[in-house]
Design a protein around this ligand. Structure first.
Ligand code: PEP
Ligand code: MN
Length: 353
């Protein structure tokens, strides 16, 4: 098990931070922790004690009682423990239960007043602090939070990338925007943990997302694990069992953390291309959806599928817009002709239905 004391520079394996979204009962946290402790790669046990919930009537965590169970899980398994803190009182209480590390949640990092209060409360402890990215893709806010903890004299500050709220639906719960954590690592020289559970929101996406994070030279992964995910009181849809975690670890190819800077930079750029492609696919699907609605409307109102004048106008507008951005007329024409043909085919099918 990698020791947290040695901090990231000495780890040659990504640190795996695993455990339930929330500590719910003594049995739940003990059973989860014991199963996780048998997986050698797991280095830190996470458990939410105070949960920042979107709606007021939701389960808000077990509080101090949960800390006692988490401490017991630490004693039984030997795994160090980490929790989220949002107020100085949380820190004060947690310090009485031998908590080894803290993370600051995405909703707290958006507020510099809160971050400063937490930094002040941690002064003198020198415990590891993991700063999640703020919910919005605001690199400066993330940097500012890290600076506040460093300025308070904390020497072991790491970042956690948990994805960003996005104004459109994507396959992710929180859109990764890999270029932002990469830029943070370059600017702040800070270890980066990838919270694949909150990025993905679903177990099916965990494996490729974990592999991508590893290819981008992540220093660790945060993965929500629950002994019975279907019974979880929070984030039931994204948690996995320790058994499934073990299977996933076996499928990952870990790279040496000392891979060359060239490789790392290239991986960053490739990640950016992958994000853009995934957006392009979402956009194409949305465009096709609207085109289908038009097809149905045309059918009801007896309008022909192809309207040459409109198509010519669209194409010439797009060619002009592309040229303004340095894209060749041939490229724009080829792409939009392919898209237009696909739309016509779909609308013709609707007409024939
Ligand atoms: C969590 O880790 O359970 C959590 C609430 O995460 P975030 O702050 O990233 O939403
Ligand atoms: Mn969660």
């Amino acid at each position: 098990m990698p020791s947290l004391q040695s901090w990231f520079s000495e780890l040659d394996f990504p640190l795996l931070i695993c455990g339930p979204c929330s500590v719910e009962s003594e049995e739940q946290i003990l059973a989860t922790a014991q199963a996780l402790a048998e997986i050698t790669e797991v280095g830190l046990l996470r458990g939410g004690i105070w949960k920042p919930r979107t709606r007021p009537d939701s389960f808000e965590g077990m509080g101090e009682q949960g800390l006692a169970w988490l401490q017991k899980a630490k004693q039984v398994t030997g795994l160090p423990i980490a929790i989220e803190v949002g107020t100085p009182e949380h820190i004060e209480t947690a310090l009485r239960y031998e908590v080894d590390a803290f993370w600051i949640g995405a909703r707290t990092v958006v507020n510099p007043f809160s971050v400063q209060q937490l930094a002040d409360a941690l002064k003198g402890t020198d415990l590891p602090v993991f700063v999640k990215n703020p919910v919005s893709p605001d690199l400066k806010l993330w940097i500012g939070a890290i600076e506040r903890f460093r300025n308070a004299g904390l020497s072991r500050v790491a970042a956690i990338h948990r994805g960003f709220s996005y104004y459109k639906d994507t396959i992710y719960r929180n859109f990764p925007m890999w270029e932002i954590p990469i830029e943070l690592t370059q600017k702040m020289n800070v270890p980066m943990i990838t919270d694949i559970s909150h990025i993905c929101g679903h177990p099916d996406l965990l494996l490729p997302t974990a592999q991508k994070a590893i290819d981008l030279a992540t220093d660790g992964l945060m993965i929500e694990c629950h002994i019975h995910p279907e019974q979880a009181l929070t984030d039931a849809r994204q948690q996995i069992t320790p058994d499934r975690l073990r299977e996933m670890i076996a499928q990952l190819s870990f790279r040496s953390k000392n891979s060359s800077t060239v490789e790392r930079d290239l991986a960053g750029l490739r990640g950016e291309i992958d994000d853009i492609d995934s957006e392009l696919i979402q956009l194409l699907a949305r465009r096709m959806d609207v085109s289908q609605q038009i097809g149905r409307y045309k059918k009801q109102n007896n309008v022909t599928v192809v309207q040459m004048e409109r198509w010519k106008k669209i194409l010439s507008d797009h060619v002009a817009a592309g040229e303004d951005l340095g894209l060749s007329p041939d490229l724009i024409t080829e792409i939009f002709e392919a898209i237009h043909q696909a739309s016509i085919r779909r609308q013709s099918e609707i007409m024939d239905e």
